[in-house]
Ligand binder design. Structure first.
Ligand SMILES: [Mg+2]
Length: 430
């Protein structure tokens, strides 16, 4: 008998997840990061899970979408976009605010909708896969590889959050080349990572160049990346590229805007990657026509799900542009979704980013484990992960009890707890 795939219920559970004091050009990660867990329940008794950003503006879109879904089929993934399109968003409250990654000035109502749809799409695919006893990758055309490689994500960081809030860990501070190299060695030892990305834009370029040089010396032949989140001018970007040309796999978003990226790309002779100037389909034509980016960092949250991620990969393949994967703070549900879609993209030529090793908490019964820097692609039905209800309840309780300061990402506000005079730096910062 065929299971009934009609959606009967959708549950939304916002959670707060412990996050270390990782530094970036905007400020520092808050002690807790908000995520939204989406559950789609079918008449056949299957529950599928998805995950996305949990800030208030995402919840405001997710709630009406959740109310509209019952009665529809989990196979109707295209219908999710139509439903989300009818959700009213006060554009004035959204346009120009920080986007999901804490970057400024790039959020739009459409991008917000897509990030919410992504969690519903993944939950529907998880439910469908469980009902059909097929892994999600099989629903996307089947895996073309058995494991997906990830890159270590290195951060300048403090030992603790200011003011004593939040969890603690034993990583200590990393504020110079030696600290970054020690972090890389620990990631390599604990997870087997073979490629390394440093989040830059925190210190003066000379300091970050020294850190990448130290990494190249400590880890010869390892692919290295540096991502200052657009903190540099075009001349500064060209200067950094010149000094690191021989050791970088690619330079990620050295400067903001497609035209600036195009000027850097044409003169630097080093591949540029982005998760800032190409985050939607309408941004692709100009960026590709001007040669502004050589690698697009896909992100199934930004792009509206796993099917859209495959569409993006097809466009990149058509134009000879590389594909890799971007990450913001996330839990195991999203990591499983990333791994399934990454396994189906033939032209995924670079190791994917993931913050997951920094997250000490998860809603999964069993955390996903990297071996040799890779995750095995699950062949179990759906995403192949099991959610622990008690863990979910604990993290939801933290969200319920929060005084409102942690529910919306604000890295500059977190920085002001240590440095009251901190203002978000103007771009370019250097
Ligand atoms: Mg980036």
């Amino acid at each position: 008998m065929t299971a009934d795939l009609t959606v009967t219920d959708v549950r939304l559970t916002p959670v707060l997840v412990s996050d270390p004091p990782l530094l970036n050009t905007q400020g520092v990660h808050q002690p807790y990061a908000a995520r939204l867990i989406v559950e789609v329940v079918t008449a056949g008794g299957t529950t599928g899970f998805g995950e996305t950003y949990g800030d208030t503006k995402y919840l405001d879109v997710a709630r009406p979408l959740a109310e509209a879904l019952p009665g529809r089929q989990v196979t109707d993934l295209n219908g999710l976009f139509t439903l989300a399109g009818s959700v009213k968003i006060d554009a004035a409250r959204v346009e120009g605010t920080a986007d999901a990654g804490g970057q400024r000035g790039v959020q739009t109502a459409d991008k917000l909708r897509l990030s919410v749809v992504s969690a519903f799409e993944v939950a529907c695919l998880d439910a469908l896969g469980k009902a059909r006893e097929l892994p999600v990758h099989a629903l996307l055309g089947h895996k073309v590889r058995d494991r997906v490689e990830y890159s270590a994500y290195l951060f300048y960081r403090w030992a603790r959050h200011p003011g004593g809030r939040g969890g603690t860990d034993d990583w200590g501070a990393a504020r110079d080349p030696a600290g970054i190299v020690a972090q890389a060695r620990r990631f390599a030892r604990d997870h087997g990572f073979r490629s390394f990305k440093l989040k830059g834009g925190v210190y003066e370029p000379a300091e970050e160049i020294a850190a990448v040089r130290a990494l190249a010396e400590a880890l010869p032949d390892a692919p290295l990346r540096l991502d200052p989140n657009g903190a540099w001018s075009v001349p500064t970007s060209l200067d950094v590229a010149e000094q690191l040309r021989d050791v970088l796999e690619y330079l990620e978003d050295p400067t903001t805007g497609t035209s600036g990226m195009a000027r850097v790309a044409s003169r630097s002779g080093i591949p540029l990657a982005t998760n800032m100037c190409v985050t939607t389909f309408p941004e692709i034509p100009e960026a590709f026509a001007t040669g502004a980016v050589q690698v697009v960092l896909s992100d199934h949250h930004y792009w509206g799900g796993l099917l859209r991620t495959r569409e993006l990969a097809a466009v990149c393949r058509t134009f000879g542009v590389g594909v890799s994967m971007h990450s913001n703070t996330h839990l195991g549900i999203s990591l499983a979704a990333m791994t399934h879609v990454a396994a189906t993209v033939p032209n995924l030529d670079h190791a994917c980013d993931s913050h997951y090793p920094w997250q000490s908490e998860d809603v999964l019964s069993r955390r996903l484990t990297f071996r040799e820097g890779c995750l095995d692609v699950s062949d179990a039905p759906g995403l192949g992960v099991e959610v622990d209800r008690e863990k979910l309840a604990v993290l939801h309780r933290r969200w319920l009890e929060d005084d409102g300061t942690m529910r919306d990402r604000d890295d500059a506000a977190a920085m002001r707890r240590a440095d009251p005079g901190w203002v978000t730096p103007a771009v370019p910062r250097w």
